[in-house]
Design a protein around this ligand. Structure first.
Ligand code: DCP
Ligand code: MG
Length: 497
């Protein structure tokens, strides 16, 4: 129960960690923490704790008998104890960091396997299986080397216990025999002590065995607490009484960088009124997705502030913020479960009718019905049993299911064929009538219906205005548009030819 609770706690903690945490901690490692590290702790509680109590009771019981029979002889044996205590102390001090490293290596290996298998199509297509096998081998060897160091330390302890047993035996036999000859003790006492000392070392050996498990468990615990200690996202304190998005979103002199690297967004000032539809355009890496990451509070800006209806996002309860927002991420994210589960994110309170309504708007309803199990079709491995475009449409429909006031589309339909995209455009215009929307698109033809186009260049806003305004300016947007327009024209010409 304790292990299951711990697993549950860890998982729930991870669910609430800020997205930036996952830039630093690869998934495979976290899986190791949640799954196998908790198991190591479980072992400590299930087997070790019981054995420890047993061994300890045996030690105490035998000590009592020995003291009662002959305390002087007992003291003699007790003299062996300090070096043991010291040795155990020495052992645990040296073994812990090694076990911590072994756990880290295990996590790295799990992560490597995870990411390699995920990328298998690329590895096989380029015939590079042997490189990955070699890399895996390196990981394994490193772990093996660490295990070996631990093992050697461990054998020293074993050796020490064995040696102690023999030493105790010799001492007893030597001194005890002399005492017995002198008549200080009886032969019976001597025999009792000799048989006891052998039994005394059994729990001690057991104890040192357990010490191994304990140290491994502590190493695992240390790694787990590393996660539990990482701060979950500040939830934000302000819970506004009004549950209605009223005014708009304001970016006020926002500057942002990932993890102390160079600025990705520089002095962003942006005022999006409620009901307004804006588009973010700009070349790859300009910072479009980053702006959205800030708005959803996946990341916090280092300078400046973002306001939603006069509430500083930093203080606003993140759940309230996110209730307003429907988000279609640039990379489609699907979960193991049916398409229906994916569309409503396992929230069974959402009626199926609402879901169908959304999928019809996203032009994916018929496509889903054509699948062998329709809406019950199980998505495996992040939806590899769907086409890229179908996945995008499901992701898009999901945002519509949640019927958000603010819709954020990050390249939501980039893999969808032009015909379907056109149909979606028509549906979207109608759908967005009373909503606020932020749309990122590389294909400029798809964003001409928005109220305002924001052009980003290297993290700064360089131009903004409507499609026709920006064209007449003959600046960045004009050049972007001409490039795309010309290339489509060329295509048509070659096709006609
Ligand atoms: N970046 C980073 N760490 C992350 C994500 C991004 O350091 N976790 C950097 C890489 C980019 C810059 O931030 O140079 C801007 O990234 P964006 O994702 O905001 O770029 P765009 O969305 O504009 O690019 P694209 O059109 O390719 O999606
Ligand atoms: Mg992007």
């Amino acid at each position: 129960k304790a292990a299951a609770d711990l697993k549950d706690n860890l998982f729930q903690h991870i669910l609430n960690l800020p997205i930036s945490f996952f830039d630093r901690n690869p998934v495979g490692r976290l899986i190791t923490r949640v799954e196998s590290d908790t198991e190591a702790l479980k072992l400590l509680f299930t087997s070790t704790a019981v054995v420890l109590v047993q061994d300890f009771a045996l030690l105490i019981g035998m000590s009592v008998v020995m003291i009662l029979v002959n305390w002087k002889l007992y003291l003699l044996i007790l003299a062996l104890l300090p070096p043991f205590v010291y040795f155990f102390y020495w052992f645990q001090k040296h073994i812990r960091p090694i076990y911590v490293e072994i756990r880290r290596k295990v996590a790295d290996i799990n992560n490597f396997i995870n990411e390699t298998i995920g990328g298998l199509p690329v590895i096989q297509a380029f015939n590079q299986e042997k490189n990955f096998r070699h890399k895996m081998n390196l990981h394994n060897q490193e772990k093996y080397r660490k295990e070996l160091i631990g093992m050697k330390l461990w054998y020293r302890v074993w050796f020490m216990v064995d040696f102690g047993e023999v030493l105790g035996f010799v001492l007893l036999l030597g001194i005890g025999a002399v005492w017995a000859l002198k008549g200080l003790i009886t032969i019976g006492t001597l025999i009792l002590f000799i048989s006891y000392i052998m039994r005394l070392f059994m729990p001690l050996r057991g104890l040192s065995d357990q010490l191994n498990v304990i140290q491994r468990a502590f190493a695992s615990a240390e790694r787990m607490f590393g996660i539990l200690d990482s701060k979950p996202e500040e939830p934000g304190k302000v819970k506004p009484a009004i549950t209605q998005f009223q005014k708009g979103i304001v970016f006020d002199a926002v500057n942002f960088a990932y993890e102390g690297r160079e600025w990705v967004l520089k002095d962003i000032n942006l005022n999006i009124k409620k009901g307004e539809k804006i588009a973010l355009v700009g070349e790859t890496g300009a910072g479009k997705t980053s702006i959205i990451g800030l708005l959803l509070r996946f990341y916090e800006p280092q300078l400046g502030k973002i306001l939603l209806d006069d509430y500083n996002l930093q203080n606003l309860d993140k759940h309230i913020l996110r209730r307003y927002v429907g988000f279609v991420p640039q990379d489609v994210i699907l979960f193991p479960g049916s398409i229906l589960d994916n569309l409503r994110l396992f929230d069974e309170a959402i009626p199926e009718e609402v879901v169908y309504n959304a999928t019809k708007r996203a032009r994916v309803h018929d496509k889903i019905l054509n699948l062998p199990d329709g809406y019950k079709t199980n998505l495996i491995q992040r939806g590899i049993n769907l086409s890229q475009g179908e996945r995008q449409l499901v992701s898009f429909a999901r945002a519509l299911v949640f019927n958000p006031e603010i819709l954020i589309l990050d390249e939501a339909t980039s893999s969808v064929d032009p015909h379907t995209e056109n149909l979606i455009q028509v549906g979207l215009t109608e759908l967005l009538k009373d909503r606020t929307a932020i749309i990122i698109a590389h294909r400029l033809a798809t964003i001409q219906m928005v109220d305002r186009i924001i052009v980003l260049h290297k993290g700064s806003i360089v131009e903004q205005g409507s499609h026709s305004e920006l064209l007449s300016k003959e600046g960045y947007y004009y050049r972007l548009y001409r490039l795309q327009y010309l290339s489509t024209l060329k295509e048509e010409v070659t096709n006609d030819a």
